[in-house]
Design a protein around this ligand. Sequence first.
Ligand SMILES: Cc1cc2nc3c(=O)[nH]c(=O)nc-3n(C[C@H](O)[C@H](O)[C@H](O)COP(=O)(O)O)c2cc1C
Length: 371
Amino acid sequence: MSALFSPARLREVEFPNRIVVSPMSQYSAEGGSATDWHLMHLGQLAVSGAGLLIVEATNVEPEGRITQRCLGLYSDENEAALARTVGFCRTHSDIPLGVQLAHAGRKGSAKLPWQGRAEPLSAAEGAWETLSCSGIPRADGWPVPRRMDDEDLVRVRDAHVAAVERARRIGFDLIEFNAAHGYLIHEFLSPLTNQREDAYGGSLEARLRYPLEVFQAMRAAWPEEKPLGVRLSATDYAEGGWNIEDTVAFCRELKSLGCDYITVSSGGLLLEQRVPIGEGHQVEMARTVREAVDIPVMAIGMIFRPHHAEEIVAGGDADFVALARGILHDPHWPWHAAAALGADVTFPPQYIRAYKSGWLRELRGHSPEGE
Ligand SMILES: Cc1cc2nc3c(=O)[nH]c(=O)nc-3n(C[C@H](O)[C@H](O)[C@H](O)COP(=O)(O)O)c2cc1C
């Protein structure tokens, strides 16, 4: 009996297995609205056999986008376009669907990754004024963000709530609040980017205040029966930065406010970070959060082998395993994992001749992952 393929539940939402398609920005929206690319990208992942599909970072206001092509949920047009995408996925699959809500903060106004990784837009290219908790640019050459004043704090919080309401109308099953990777909410958490001297900066308690206020407002607007989780970076990998102890303190507060799970990622705040990258390099931090806070966690990062994913869940490191690059590379990764682990997985009836055919048994027998 595979632990990875055992069902799970958060609030009233049931997941057929513990494999999660991690949110992956596609930089393919128009004016924040999903396009046909999203039908194809999310459509194929909806029939992957995973237990949950989370739509990419979806920004709560135009200034909160990373790039001009990021997905948004701040207008009626955005809502209608994403509703079309979700409707398309639901026509062909009953996979639970989540959406990640985000604000890019000082990492906004950037070029598309394939036009210049980690480079800001020039004025001629349509740069906009970015926001952050303090007026500290991301790096040399990046614009100085506007320090958020009281009005900005309220507007951005309310923009998160409005996006939650749009997600509810669309019919998403789950929301992931993005507090990771150096974006706006992470900027409030880390002492390296938060140098405010008001109630939202200084002590750990003060730095948690705004992220918790936004979370609480989102939770109040989201149906009681549906899960709301948080993705965070467990460390800045920097002297004097946000760390795993701060993460545990933050997660305890989130749990008390009704947070249903934590996705434990890391880094993203500083360009000069040194990440000790390797297979499952963030799993240990997921385990720390799970044990210290007693909250469901999703492990993410450099998880590619089915038996590794199985060990993570069976061994109690995490409740779910999320995949980004692994499932982009192999959109039927759950089929291969099921074959390797002797489990079963849902598949579209149109694909039965591939799923149930003898070659899968062959694969199980001959793969290095097989018995
Ligand atoms: C194409 C791509 C887009 C991504 N977009 C997002 C995103 O929108 N939100 C997010 O939190 N992480 C995003 N990530 C990070 C992944 O969700 C994941 O945390 C990271 O890639 C590590 O997992 P992996 O080793 O399975 O790829 C993205 C990663 C990739 C490869």
